[in-house]
Design a protein around this ligand. Structure first.
Ligand SMILES: [Zn+2]
Length: 65
């Protein structure tokens, strides 16, 4: 599985090519990070390093400032 990630914010969104709702989420993600550096990479590579963009709005936030 592939993911779209912002290396500046350390956020990512999973790419589901056949899911129209996911396309919207990716658009949202790319809009938010428009001026940042976005990369496409394997989901395995984002695990533990990036925060899930979709999960953020629901509940858990593991980051400690
Ligand atoms: Zn960003």
């Amino acid at each position: 599985m592939r993911a779209r990630a912002c290396i500046k914010c350390r956020e990512y969104v999973i790419i589901h090519p056949n899911n129209p709702l996911n396309q919207e989420t990716i658009k949202l993600f790319e809009g938010k990070h428009r001026t940042h550096t976005l990369i496409t990479l394997d989901l395995e590579e984002v695990r533990g390093q990036y925060t899930n963009f979709q999960k953020k709005e629901s509940s858990e936030e593991e980051e400690s400032d």
